[in-house]
Design a protein. Structure first.
Length: 304
């Protein structure tokens, strides 16, 4: 296991443990006699399923790369963005969206708990992220201005200005022939926006200036575009065991993707260009770049 993989695993355990402790105290585990599961069960099923926790990891790594190393203070913010991501996965897999039965190698939320509960669990996860962000016990000494700035970043990235708009155009474009520019717009919204917000939050919490925060947002944008393009490639070349979801689901849905639009070879070149742009913005931040370079290679190497 590389130093990066150890770092990811360490942060993943911290994030998962934080989420579990938070939910143990939240009181969403009530069951009526006829219930086989609680709302908390459905929420935690997706929020703590196997995965790399890339978005919260990027938040924590950004802060650490700028010299802020108090992981305990970063955890509520990292956990909140994972809850937002988890909500989006539940809704993305629904029969009315991508209609997938697998996520991270396990049955999707609606397969286990039913479609209605899955929708409600997703709704609750999104709201719970902002419960975390606004809870005084999780403030960690950060001033209100920083908290409000992060809430603004996360709410915009998770709503109509970010992943919801991306998912809207995505699901309403099945069967359509879109230009590469339009596909990139969808990918920027549905995938890159949350990665960009994660990096912005890490920079804000570290006390970085506006210029560094903006450069980290651009870094996150291009990492997100590369990440989604890698997923597009794996959707064509990968197996269920590799991608953790139904292989070929994009083709089944007749979904416009980068790889489907320009082919595998050109997509590989485009991914390298996204990574080059990401690094150019990273180098402007004044942050320690070594672990981020490893992360870029780690995410890209999934297709090789």
């Amino acid at each position: 296991m590389s130093a990066l993989e150890k770092h990811i695993e360490t942060d993943k355990k911290l994030i998962d443990d934080f989420i579990k402790v938070h939910f143990a105290k939240a009181g969403y585990d009530k069951k009526f006699p006829h219930n086989k599961f609680s709302l908390s069960d459905a929420m935690l099923y997706t929020a703590t399923t196997p995965g790399k926790r890339i978005r919260p990891f990027m938040l924590m790594l950004t802060a650490e790369s700028l010299g802020f190393n108090d992981k305990e203070k970063l955890l509520p913010f990292a956990a909140s963005i994972e809850l937002i991501h988890s909500y989006s996965l539940i809704h993305d897999d629904l029969p009315s969206m991508d209609n997938d039965s697998l996520r991270r190698g396990k049955p999707t939320n609606h397969i286990v708990f039913g479609e209605a509960t899955a929708i409600l669990a997703g709704d609750a996860l999104l709201a719970e992220a902002f419960v975390m962000l606004s809870d005084k016990k999780y403030r960690g000494g950060f001033d209100d201005e920083k908290i409000i700035e992060i809430i603004k970043e996360f709410s915009y990235a998770s709503g109509g200005g970010g992943l919801v708009e991306g998912q809207f155009h995505d699901v309403n474009s099945f069967g359509e022939l879109l230009s590469l520019e339009k596909i990139e717009y969808i990918n920027e919204k549905k995938t890159a926006s949350l990665m960009s917000a994660a990096c912005a939050a890490g920079a804000i919490l570290s006390g970085a200036g506006k210029s560094a925060v903006n450069d980290f947002k651009k870094f996150g944008k291009y990492i997100g575009l590369a990440f989604q393009s890698v997923d597009d490639v794996l959707g064509i070349t990968g197996s269920r065991e590799i991608i953790g979801k139904t292989a070929g689901i994009d083709k089944t849905n007749d979904k416009p993707t980068v790889a489907g639009n320009i082919g595998l070879e050109k997509t590989g070149k485009l991914i390298k260009e996204y990574n080059r742009k990401a690094l150019s913005y990273l180098n402007r931040t004044g942050a320690e770049t070594g672990m981020f370079i490893e992360l870029i290679n780690y995410l890209t190497d999934r297709i090789y």
